[in-house]
Design a protein around this ligand. Structure first.
Ligand code: 0L1
Ligand code: MG
Length: 262
């Protein structure tokens, strides 16, 4: 049986306070072991309502846990999806305030910006490419609100897939000009290489993350609107950061994304 609206609303309050005030909470499933993935997305829906009510603008969606490295790191086997608001965006080369975060980690991702809507369960990679205005390198700063970054799939979905900040950089490129499966990526922290990977690590092709997202949206009778910004998931494992760290994520043929934590 699904959780009541009152319980979902209370859980959204708990998660939102933890996100806004950078403190940890225990896994939601500790209190509600019967909570389902559908319930967790209802918590996300409630978060979206509250973000909109306080004046934020929803800019797109994120797919997470889309690479083997990430699934292994977090001990789950299924991707998760989350919502991106304008309040999470930060400029390239800017300083991200570490006091606003609990235990941040960074991920190098390929983001898509659509200029046509996409809808339905039977789209193809070619249709995703056709609907894409450009792809752009991105770094997502994830920050689980769960103690020690330990959670299960239901709890992490309710925490909007650990979303906290994101930064785009490099060059926006026409996806038809690239082989999106073979983009090499290097993440440096303070000038030292921390992780390397290739974009095929994301479900063999990052556009497959968008196909999975479309599948999820179709179940909810929703679509990806023209103009959507979609992050397709970390290509390598996520790298922990602390105050004073500088991060550069280098994407072959696409440029780099730089940020620092202060
Ligand atoms: O964007 C991501 O891959 C994160 C999904 C949630 C799991 C995590 O916090 O690592
Ligand atoms: Mg991510």
């Amino acid at each position: 049986m699904s959780l009541s609206d009152a319980i979902i609303s209370g859980l959204a309050t708990r998660v939102l306070q933890a996100q806004d005030h950078a403190h940890t909470i225990t896994k939601l499933t500790d209190e509600y072991p019967q909570m389902s993935i559908a319930d967790a997305y209802r918590v996300q829906d409630e978060l979206r309502r509250r973000w909109l009510a306080r004046g934020e603008r929803m800019v797109g969606l994120k797919a997470g846990l889309t690479s083997k490295a990430k699934m292994l790191q977090m001990g789950v086997e299924v991707p998760s999806f989350g919502i991106l608001s304008n309040a999470m965006a930060r400029p390239e080369n800017g300083a991200i305030a570490i006091r606003e975060l609990v235990h941040p980690r960074v991920e190098a991702e390929i983001a898509f910006v659509l200029d046509k809507p996409l809808r339905g369960k039977h789209c193809t990679i070619e249709q995703v490419i056709d609907a894409t205005a450009f792809v752009i390198p991105a770094v997502e700063v994830i920050d689980s609100r769960y103690e020690k970054f330990k959670f299960d799939l239901v709890s992490v979905i309710a925490d909007n897939g650990s979303s906290s900040r994101y930064v785009t950089g490099g060059r926006p490129l026409d996806p038809r000009e690239l082989d999106l499966r073979t983009i090499g990526v290097v993440i440096e922290r303070n000038g030292e290489i921390q992780a390397t990977g290739a974009s095929a690590a994301v479900l063999n092709h990052p556009a497959n993350a968008i196909l999975m997202l479309l599948d999820h949206l179709a179940d909810r009778d929703e679509e990806l609107a023209a103009g959507s910004f979609v992050m397709t998931g970390g290509i390598t494992e996520a790298i922990p950061v602390k105050e004073g760290d500088s991060i550069v994520a280098r994407f072959q043929d696409m440029g780099s994304v730089s940020l620092r934590f202060a």
